[in-house]
Design a protein around this ligand. Structure first.
Ligand code: FES
Length: 575
């Protein structure tokens, strides 16, 4: 065995000009960790651990980690855990998305730089799984994605509740004056009561389902609750699979293909899943030269039914989804629409997997394809002069009475402007107007936060108005709902038409025509464009990662990755 084909601690030796010396040195330092000579000879399964005191969703990882280690030992490997940065959604400022690419770089480089033969990635909270999949795709070492699993729900006055669709519902009621100060404090303590990711089909759960659909997680594991014993068994099985992949390596580039990405898009649409997932899937696929176009999303959306009755689109929670049959049941319903030749980390094709009876399925939670919740997919891309490269509307979580509408723009030039004026009693707004937020896209100072769910002005919410059309270049939490047009591309800071919208302009939204148009003539737009200056901190006044991010981040339709992190090669080579 040469040093290029070596396994375990003998992999990737530091080159001092004498590889025997490097191996001798590494073995002696590895031995200082107390490993026996027998274990030192084993191939290594690395475990990328994103545990953090700033990540409530990952608080059970120490126990899950032990289960993974058991599985690896069972499969004849040596488990070696290593930390990566973690992204706790609620604890990061200005927004967790800004750090997804940093975590992806950390994950990729630590997989590549350290001596491991395969790797288990343990993540869960919104941006962590995309980051780990991006890093694993680029490193292309055999990898198993293990997710945290969702939180369990809680109860308030007999009503089931869970993070975080209910967080928003109760907060809206509080703003409207129908929930008191005392009650909102009580609810605050009941929204997130166990380890695990948000309890609805938000971004974390959507990405867990996408990871399973891509084939990067073990079949049937996406929806297992974080605190269920099956989650630990999934951890053990993931460790065992990663150890088996040492002998039978299957690389991410064999699993994440044009076909598996299309399957993932179908699943995203059928779940009524998070709008963030389209950005993340585009970024993951981009690492392997697989383009994801919004036009293709629309084609798939027109022919993919919504099947899953989970909040924020429906009424149930992830624990219900798990007991109802989980991803196996969803994939079975979608079978005629899927590419069945894709493979997973087990080496099994999707077709083989779906030949097995999924067992009991609760069709109140997972609808049959012939009797769907909605005949068309949950997401739709809109185009027009306001979003030449596209914008996203989660139509399954929106008010259909607002889908074909023209309205007057009420413009907020930044998040600060929004916070300062949204509840001003003198704000000139009616329920027929369109709220427009500018300068909150990926290159903005705020870095594309989940601020697209603009609060309904108190002036309207206290009158009982629950939804108005809201348009921005920001994102929206996967747990949110409303008629919200997001990811407007190009963004305002990059000189998109969104930057030119003024109070009183007319905007036309048509979901039927898949369009979003600013009804201002071209001459006037040209005049405004020639006077426009970007509202952003200039690059020369920024430093470090903040500067790198602002300079290099791509637009939403390209997945907000860094251009220099995408694969070097010709697009569409990876089929
Ligand atoms: Fe971690 Fe929602 S805060 S998944």
């Amino acid at each position: 065995m040469t040093h290029e084909t070596a396994q375990g601690f003998a992999r990737g030796l530091t080159n001092y000009g004498d590889f025997d010396f490097s191996l001798y040195l590494r073995r002696s330092f590895a031995a200082s960790m107390g490993y026996s000579p027998e274990l030192l000879k084993k191939p290594i399964v690395g475990i990328a651990n994103s545990f953090s005191g700033f990540n409530n969703c990952h608080r059970h990882f120490p126990e899950l980690l032990e289960a993974v280690k058991r599985g690896i030992l069972l499969g004849g490997g040596l488990p070696v855990e290593f930390p990566t940065i973690s992204l706790g959604e609620i604890f990061l400022s200005p927004t967790s998305l800004k750090f997804r690419n940093l975590m992806a770089m950390d994950t990729e480089e630590m997989i590549r730089a350290q001596p491991m033969d395969t790797v288990v990635l343990i993540g869960g909270c919104d941006k962590t799984v995309p980051a780990q999949l991006m890093g694993a795709a680029s490193a292309d070492l055999p990898a198993v994605q293990l997710v945290a699993g969702p939180m369990m729900t809680s109860r308030h006055n007999g009503e089931q509740l869970g993070a975080c669709t209910d967080c928003r519902r109760f907060w809206s009621q509080y703003r409207a004056g129908t929930v008191s100060d005392t009650e909102i404090r009580e609810i605050e303590g009941k929204l997130a009561t166990t380890a695990g990711t948000c309890a609805v089909m938000g971004t974390a759960s959507t990405m867990a389902c996408i990871a399973e659909t891509l084939g990067m997680s073990l079949p049937g594991t996406a929806a297992i609750p974080a605190v269920h014993a099956d989650r630990l068994r999934a951890g053990e099985a993931s460790g065992l699979t990663a150890a088996q992949m040492i002998r039978n390596p299957i690389h991410p580039s064999q699993i994440i293909t044009k076909h598996s990405v299309e399957n993932a898009l179908r699943v995203l649409l059928a779940l009524g899943g998070s709008t963030n997932a389209i950005i993340h899937l585009t970024a993951i696929a981009g690492r392997l030269n697989i383009p994801v176009s919004l036009q293709r999303l629309n084609e798939l959306s027109d022919t993919t039914p919504v099947l899953v009755n989970l909040k924020p689109v429906g009424s149930d929670y992830m624990e219900d989804f798990f007991y109802a049959g989980g991803m196996s049941a969803v994939l079975r319903e979608l079978k005629p629409l899927l590419h069945l030749d894709t493979i997973s980390i087990t080496g099994e094709t999707l077709g083989d997997r779906l030949d097995v009876d999924p067992g009991y399925v609760d069709h109140r939670v997972i609808a049959k394809a012939e009797k769907p919740l909605e005949p068309q997919g949950g997401l739709v891309a809109l185009f027009g002069n306001l979003a030449p490269r596209g914008a996203i509307l989660k139509r399954s979580a929106a008010d259909k009475t607002l889908f074909e509408k023209e309205g007057r723009a009420v413009v907020f030039s930044s998040l600060e402007d929004l916070a300062n004026r949204v509840d001003d009693p003198n704000l000139d707004i009616t329920e027929d107007d369109f709220m427009v937020l500018q300068n909150a896209g990926p290159k903005s100072t705020s870095g594309m936060p989940e601020a697209g769910y603009l609060p309904i002005p108190k002036k309207l919410s206290t009158k009982g108005v629950k939804d108005v059309v809201r348009i921005s270049d920001a994102r929206m939490s996967g747990t949110a709902f409303g008629t919200i047009v997001l990811h407007v591309t190009p963004e305002a800071v990059a000189g998109g038409t969104l930057a030119l919208v003024r109070n009183g302009d007319r905007i036309r939204l048509s979901v039927i025509d898949k369009c979003i148009e600013l009804l201002v003539d071209d001459d006037e737009l040209d005049r405004r464009r020639s006077a426009w200056v970007p509202d952003v901190i200039p690059l020369e006044d920024r430093r470090g990662y903040d500067r790198l991010y602002a300079a290099e981040v791509l637009q939403a339709d390209e997945g907000c990755d860094f251009a220099f992190m995408q694969s070097i090669g010709t697009k569409e080579t990876n089929q």
